[in-house]
Design a protein around this ligand. Structure first.
Ligand SMILES: [Zn+2]
Length: 102
């Protein structure tokens, strides 16, 4: 498994890779935590949101879960902090791509 990852890092054939492929990123850049990594090219990233509740004059913690594309050259595991960036729609639910593992 470790040797396979090192091969992936040297040769990246993913066309939806922001570094090696033709995918350009634009729009919002967010930081979040990888909550689920069950498929090879997809992850679920949780983004914390601090929203103000006007009625009680306090802030409430909310969270948003986003489906993101994982390029084959990045080794992303569950529990990792990642930086994600908006891109064109890759599939029905994916319009974000992982750009960095923090
Ligand atoms: Zn790549």
């Amino acid at each position: 498994m470790a040797s396979k990852n090192s091969i992936d890092q040297t040769v990246c054939t993913d066309k939806n890779c922001p570094i090696h492929g033709s995918l350009s990123t634009r729009g919002s850049v967010k930081k979040g935590l990888v909550r689920s990594k069950k498929l090879a090219s997809m992850a679920v990233v949780e983004i914390p949101i601090l929203s103000k509740v006007k009625k009680y004059e306090r802030s409430a913690k909310r969270r948003s879960r986003i489906h993101v594309h994982v390029p084959s050259c990045l080794n992303v595991k569950e529990g990792d902090d990642v930086e994600i960036s908006e891109c064109k729609k890759i599939s029905k639910t994916k319009s974000f791509v992982v750009t960095k593992v923090l």
